[in-house]
Write a protein that binds this ligand. Sequence first.
Ligand code: SAH
Length: 501
Amino acid sequence: MIDMQNNKIIFAGAGPGAPDLITLRCLKAIEDADLIIYAGSLVNPEVLKYSRKSCRIIDSAKISLGEIIDLMRKTVSRGEKVLRLHTGDPAIYGAIGEQMTELDKLKIPYEVIPGVSSVFASAAALKTELTAPGVSQTVILTRQAGRTPVPHGQEIANLARHGATMAIFLSSGDVNGLVEELVRGGYSPDTPASVVYRASWKDEEITRGTLNDIDSKLKKTGFIGRQAMIIVGNALDRDMCGKSLLYDERFTHGYRKAVKTAKPVFPATTNVFSNRKIAIYAITAEGAETAIKLSSSIKSSKVFLPFRQKDKFDKNSGTEFFGEGKFDEVLARTWNKFEGHIFLMATGIVVRKISKLVDSKTSDPAVVVCDQKGNFAISLLSGHIGGANRLAKFAAEALGGQAVVTTATDVQNLMAFDEMASIEGWKVVNPEKIKVLNSMLLEGRKIGLMIPRDIFNKYYSSKKNLSFLSSPDKISSGNFDGLVIRGKQYKSSRTPVLLLK
Ligand code: SAH
């Protein structure tokens, strides 16, 4: 009688290629095996040299699933040890599922040994962190639909919507088509894209580029083929990535206490708000303390607190105290008098309180909400023209917290046109066009900008889809999807134009 429990079939990941990237457990399984069935096209045959002289070695590429199972069954029933070697980790496109189902039917036991997937060997080759703080906290492992279709909803364009890091397997056949789908899904054409060909093998090759140029670069180098991993996302650009909160000095976690005086995570923004009229509101005692701390960084700010905080905070000159139930009245009075409002309280309270006062994107003041400790500063309203995104960053810096900004252009690290206008002190003549032009910016469409050269260079010089226009006669030749023009009247029946003055 054969001891089936001790004579399991072993599925093991043989790693991405380099023979010293197999696990010790896989090595032992190779040394012990009587029969090794391996994916000949991808597993490095060098790992087979650890096997016994008597071990039979079979390339699975040459036989069918039925034949593989039959071979496994016959071998284990003789009491011999069977090892099935997969490339990388067997759980990713390893087709182990179907083999295990057949073994279940035959009641043949098995075990799986994990391996180093080519996605991680590729990340190592690129020296990149796939989950970069502030940029992507998600990695999507996927493939383009080929002869194997992908289920509905999992098409590349659909997955691209998340802006996460994408590691794309089995898709070297049509990089151009892949890029088109990624851009259609929402990645801007200047998103970094890298291809690692034969990661960890002796002839490993890396091609770095953007979605714009990766296909043409690969056509030149030829470093593409069945063993190529395509990785896309802003995480590949280390300059775009923030620092991990885990190692930030101000972040307390299980093993370390925060250092209160350390520098904020965000780089210094211009101190534009230190002279603006900003109203700061709090309700609780802790919130009041944070409010007063914040007001000390903004010269022309005013703090508003409820009467019950009067005893404790009366010495703080310039603070206004309001009676029970009078918060709405205070807000109705201050709403248009201040350029920005910072609330140190729950977001829900603020949303309810300001809902009656909100009017339009072009005239509403900036609204920022912070928790009472000042850990987070959320830009809630008028992110660009009103400057709430900048005010949130400013408040976060002043309080040693983190700004939370959600407008799409900021998330993609693009300077929105209305934000640029606001920073440069310009006015938007036709605000109804802001959305159209900013969407085009996000989609990587072709836009011509007739604005001062130095301003263009400051914000947009690295963007290939944006062109600087020195004079109106350059417009017709450019075939632009949209235009941004400062200081001149320009009428176009077809092309949307954002006018600034
Ligand atoms: N189970 C494997 C993936 C098998 S699918 C793993 O975990 O890595 C085969 C695909 O994996 C290839 O088309 C290619 O996209 C990728 N791949 C496998 N080995 C690779 C390597 N050494 N370098 C880059 N990509 C590799």
